[in-house]
Design a protein around this ligand. Sequence first.
Ligand SMILES: *[C@@H]1O[C@H](CO)[C@@H](O)[C@H](O)[C@H]1NC(C)=O
Ligand SMILES: *[C@@H]1O[C@H](CO)[C@@H](O)[C@H](O)[C@H]1NC(C)=O
Ligand SMILES: *[C@@H]1O[C@H](CO)[C@@H](O)[C@H](O)[C@H]1NC(C)=O
Length: 265
Amino acid sequence: MKRSSLVLLLASLLGAATCLFSKNYVLVEIPLSWADAEMDCRSNNMDLVSFKSNFEIHRFNEAMSEDRMTPSWIGLSKPPHALEFTQWSDGTSVQGTNWLYNEPSHSDGYDCVAVLVSGDWETFNCTETLSFFCYTWYPQIVLVKELKTWDEALRYCRTNYTDLISVTTESDFYAANKTLADQTTSVWTGLRFIDGLWFWVNEEALPSLVTVPSCPAPSFRCGAIEPGTDVLENRNCMKKMNFLCYYEILHTAFIPITRNNSFDW
Ligand SMILES: *[C@@H]1O[C@H](CO)[C@@H](O)[C@H](O)[C@H]1NC(C)=O
Ligand SMILES: *[C@@H]1O[C@H](CO)[C@@H](O)[C@H](O)[C@H]1NC(C)=O
Ligand SMILES: *[C@@H]1O[C@H](CO)[C@@H](O)[C@H](O)[C@H]1NC(C)=O
């Protein structure tokens, strides 16, 4: 089956010059139940769309307004009989919302949420088949689960992807944290100390607030991030750890994807 998806690029959600990662929203115009839609996003290394603030919802609605004809699933559902919608399908907690007047409905069986063409949210029967929004990161982040020294990790990322990642803004930490959901040990980032200075190897600007010592011991001059925190730490460069690479993806407005393809564009 052929599918067409619409990718909307929000250049930078926070408008920060140093933000590496932003969300890509992908509208998949194949009507599926909520659960099948979630599975479809995940099998393409994405997730059903989630929003972490009213600001993000607002930006999404602005980008979306002209491009849709029907309601589309978003990543919000609740167990049957639960009163509140508290968690996004990507595991983040619900902060901002955009309910239609008199929603969420507390009627039994209306446990899944779709965004209407107006941008308002409405509860639906989860078995209803609707188009849906997935999201992914731009650029793409890859967690490489191989044990490498920092130098080896750098070479690996630059050969197979674009580079080791930099994490400077809240959005970057959010993106990295999301990718590290199942990771328990620290991973290498592109943070390095040479000639008296910390810097990102991809030449991203370094914000002044870095949680690493200003003069680290000679072997401890490589930067890592601990999953579940937004703290960068300096580690022994020879230690073998997993690492985060990123890569640029070519993007155009409409992307045809066939069922059997992985999500490569
Ligand atoms: C939801 O839809 C299914 C399938 O059409 C139906 O069996 C079920 O009764 C519906 N639930 C509600 C609460 O309407
Ligand atoms: C690139 O990735 C492959 C595995 O996919 C790996 O065997 C190879 O060593 C990597 N290249 C570098 C330079 O690390
Ligand atoms: C990272 O994600 C987990 C859930 O996956 C969350 O509990 C935690 O607060 C997040 N941490 C940061 C710093 O964003």
